[in-house]
Design a protein around this ligand. Structure first.
Ligand code: MTE
Ligand code: MO
Length: 358
């Protein structure tokens, strides 16, 4: 096991690559596993460190001028007494795939150098944010809902940023967001937000605030570092103040294979992988084994669905020894296909996955 500061669960080296206070899942470790990522395999992205919170005394406070009355306080039992919903959805970091800006496009970008493993999919169970906001007395003119975590305050380059928090537009908050207390049928583990986290399907992982402590509801737009300086696109092609705050995740594909994995020459290897998008269900996945000249349809192993990944497979017979490149690209039901990309978030270009034919 390879320890990461501030992560509680074991991080076996065949499952995780540790990146600072974070741990990414190795796609090769998902080969042959189901469409749900077990909690023990699920990536962890911590701005500071996993806090230990006592579920028995935990309380959520909902407050702000966007409510008709005073603050609402709910313990875990009261939250569990609300109608429960279950959603299967992936959760993915906005920076997932970031290292490939350098490996694929020669672009240096800052931030955690994830390969493609800052994603996992789980069955989340909890209460609807809609029900909690209604119970708290949501005003019709409320515009922003600001969930905040109970983990340590973040300090970046000596600048205090406060607790991790990022406003959600009220329309998304009322749509499909849940306050999750279970992951794959078990209570949330400490690293994933115990006792309660937000789960914002299809949106950048940072929207899904872990260790939820309070929610401010406002009739004015709210600003935090996480929707002003961070999680926006800056640079050529964007306005000076940056793009709008990032919302949905983009299209990606990954082979369930380590980089430089050996594949035998003259024998068929069934290549497997996964493709996903926060915009629409994946419609088609194609694989190229000749560097992107010819593309072939992969066989989809899951029924495509919103905010879920599809597993796929493709039989490949490598003939010549030496380095080779495998490419996979997905198309979603809007017709969008994985394009080139030029900024440090939402990587979605086709990755040239090198293997060694031996
Ligand atoms: N919530 C809190 N309170 N603190 C955090 O550091 N990290 C965010 C989000 N919620 C974070 C948080 C980011 S950037 C991501 S990608 C996801 O949690 C990661 O969720 P996971 O660690 O359960 O995989
Ligand atoms: Mo993230």
């Amino acid at each position: 096991a390879d320890p990461a500061p501030g992560i509680v669960k074991p991080l076996p080296a065949d499952v995780f690559t540790v990146r600072g206070t974070n741990a990414e899942t190795r796609f090769a470790a998902l080969a042959g596993t189901g469409h749900l990522t077990p909690a023990g395999h699920f990536f962890v992205r911590n701005h500071t460190r996993t806090p230990r919170i006592d579920a028995a005394t935990w309380q959520l406070t909902v407050h702000g001028d966007g409510l008709t009355g005073g603050p609402l306080r709910l313990g875990l039992d009261e939250l569990r007494a609300l109608p429960a919903v279950t959603r299967t959805a992936f959760l993915e970091c906005a920076g997932n795939g970031r290292s490939h800006f350098a490996t694929q496009q020669g672009q240096q970008v800052s931030g955690t150098a994830w390969t493609l493993g800052a994603i996992g999919q789980a069955r989340w169970r909890g209460a609807r944010l809609f029900d909690v906001l209604r119970r708290a007395g949501l005003r019709p003119d409320a515009v922003d809902v600001l969930p905040r975590g109970l983990d340590d305050e973040v300090v970046t380059d000596g600048v205090p940023l406060g607790r991790v928090r990022r406003p959600l537009p009220v329309a998304k908050a009322l749509d499909d967001v849940i306050l999750a207390y279970e992951m794959n049928g078990e209570p949330l583990p400490p690293d994933h937000g115990h006792p309660v986290r937000l789960l914002v399907p299809g949106w950048t992982g940072v929207s899904s605030i872990k260790w939820l402590g309070d929610i401010e509801v406002s009739t004015q737009p709210l600003c935090t570092p996480w929707n002003t300086d961070l999680y926006r696109l800056f640079g050529p092609g964007h306005p000076e103040e940056g793009s709008a705050p990032l919302t949905r995740q983009t299209l990606k594909s990954a082979f369930e294979l380590d980089v430089d994995a050996p594949l035998p020459a003259g024998r068929i290897t069934v290549l497997t992988g996964r493709s996903w998008s926060g915009a629409a269900p994946v419609r088609r996945v194609e694989v190229s084994t000749d560097g992107g000249h010819r593309w072939h349809r992969a066989l989809l192993r899951d029924t495509p669905a919103r905010n879920r990944w599809v597993r796929w497979s493709f039989p490949h017979l490598p003939r010549h020894r030496g380095p080779a490149e495998l490419l996979a690209r997905a198309t979603d039901t809007t017709g969008r296909t994985q394009p080139p990309n030029t900024q440090g978030y939402l990587f979605d270009a086709v990755v040239r996955h090198r293997v060694q034919i031996v």
